[in-house]
Each structure stands twice: as C-alpha cells, then as structure tokens.
Design a protein around this ligand. Structure first.
Ligand code: SAM
Length: 262
C-alpha cells in the first residue's frame, strides 16, 4: 500500500474516536505558539488556512483567536467530524491532500499545518509539492507555519517498544526499524487494547512518517519558492530557543515567499 493510503486508512479508522484517544494533546496551547509566530512574522491579516485540520481542533482554536478559517484534510471521516465540532459553524472544511490541495484556495495571510501533518510526507518530492502548494496559497506577505517532529523525539518515543497502562486501556507502540536515522521514514505500529466486558478488544494501526531535518526543510523550501525565516524549538507545547534536533520534541518552522520584496 502507498504510504499516503496507509495514512488515510489510519485516520479513517480512528476518526470517530480521535478526540477521545488524543485528549492529552493540548491543541489550544500548541495553536497559541502558532498564533504568536503569525503575530511576529506575519502581515497581521486574519485569513487562515488550516492544512491537515483533522477533526477541526486546531481550526476552532484559531477561530477563537479571531481568524477567519478554512480547513482541509486528507481523511473524509476526520473532515466529517470537524464539520460536527461545536464552534466550527463558521468554518469551511474540505477534503484534500497537502501535496494536491483542493483547487481555488488562494489569498491566505497564514497557512498553518498544526500537529505534524507534514511528517506524513514520506519523501522530499511530496514535501516539495506540499510547500509549493502552500506558497501558492499565501498572499505576497503571508506566512507558512508548520511543526515537525525532531529526530530526538522519534528516538525517545519510538526507539524502544513501549506499553502505557491506562487502567482499562493499554497502548503499545514500537517502530518497525529500531534504528531511527535523520531524514528517514519511521514506521510505527500502534496497538490499543481496551477492556470489553470480560475480554479485551484490539485496535491496530500503522503510522508512516518521515523525519525531515532542518537542513532538508530549508533546502526544499528554497526549491518551492519559500524562505525559512525562523525555526523555534518546542518541548511539549512550550517554546524553546534556539531549536535543538536532539533535545526538543518538535520544531515550529516559519516560512515566507522568497519573492517578497519588502
Ligand atoms: C495529528 S493530526 C492533527 C490534526 C489537527 N491539525 C489538530 O491539530 O488537531 C494530523 C492530520 O494530518 C492529516 N494528514 C496526514 N497526511 C496528510 C496529507 N498528505 N494531506 C492532508 N492531510 C494529511 C491526517 O489525516 C490528520 O488529520
């Protein structure tokens, strides 16, 4: 199966329970870091495209910060959940891929890709397609913001098989290849066991992601008509500077069109 089809299958399978299973993810705080970057590096315009919007958690969080939001995602089931989300009534949601977004999405002051959708682009060609598409979606002085997992995060999280005991729920995960290299694909198997009466139910999924190093991101951005203007480290959802590929969990990248004249 192509990597993108595996990603689609994983999110289609989990969509109905995504919010409940990811309740520990503090999307509001993560979005607050994106908004700080938009305020610092952007034009001040409020038209925002939430690319890889999932069930709309990031979209509604941006709406609360006063942005006029459009969202799109690879998974129709995630988008259906987003359309039902309280607070999302004024948000337009579409289905589409970062590499080939729905047509007609232009003139955005901010394009945001929150909680690592771009890690599912498993080669530099796909990354280039996604960055080129984002560039074309921006106004001349718009800003692209996206977070990516660091190599340190992949190694800490997936380097050894792990089991989390959450009472009536066990979550087990491991990377298929225990050696996690820079700029390499990381395939992770997740198994969720939940008590169901006297027995246990199992839900399995594979996530196929890629580590994109800062060097790769900068090079591919350049080839896509963008310039990376900042890279901020994140530990959890707290900002840390300067960004560190080993110490930090993620890097929040800020890019602008390279044809910007001012
Ligand atoms: C961890 S979720 C984050 C969702 C949302 N931004 C949030 O903060 O709650 C990652 C999302 O990226 C989407 N995604 C992965 N690969 C994608 C692609 N190639 N194009 C569009 N969306 C993609 C998935 O379907 C999933 O909804």
């Amino acid at each position: 199966m192509a990597h993108v089809d595996e990603t689609l299958a994983a999110y289609e399978g989990i969509a109905a329970r995504y919010d409940e299973l990811n309740a520990r993810m503090d999307t509001s705080s993560l979005v607050a870091r994106f908004v700080e970057a938009a305020d610092r590096y952007g034009s001040g315009g409020r038209r925002l495209l939430d690319a890889g919007c999932g069930t709309g958690r990031s979209s509604v969080a941006f709406r609360k910060h006063g942005f006029e939001v459009t969202g799109y995602d690879l998974s129709p089931a995630m988008v259906a959940a987003a359309r039902r989300r309280p607070g999302a009534e004024e948000i337009r949601f579409l289905v589409g891929r970062l590499q080939e977004p729905p047509p007609g999405l232009t003139g955005f002051d901010v394009v945001a890709c929150v909680d690592v959708p771009m890690t599912y682009l498993t080669d530099t060609d796909q990354l280039r397609q996604a960055l080129t598409a984002a560039r074309d979606q921006l106004t001349e002085d718009g800003v692209l913001l996206f977070d990516l997992n660091t190599i340190g995060y992949y190694r800490r999280m997936f380097g050894v098989p792990t089991i989390a005991d959450r009472g009536d729920r066990y979550v087990a995960w491991f990377a298929e290849s225990p050696r996690i290299e820079a700029d390499a694909v990381v395939i992770t198997q997740f198994d969720l066991f939940e008590r169901n009466g006297a027995g246990w139910e199992r839900l399995s999924m594979r996530h196929v992601q890629r580590h994109h190093s800062e060097r790769t991101v900068r090079e591919v951005a350049e080839r896509s008509g963008l310039r990376v203007v900042a890279a901020h480290g994140l530990v959890g959802t707290s900002a840390r500077d300067p960004a560190d590929e080993d110490e930090h969990d993620r890097i929040l990248y800020v890019a602008r069109r390279s044809d910007l004249t001012v």
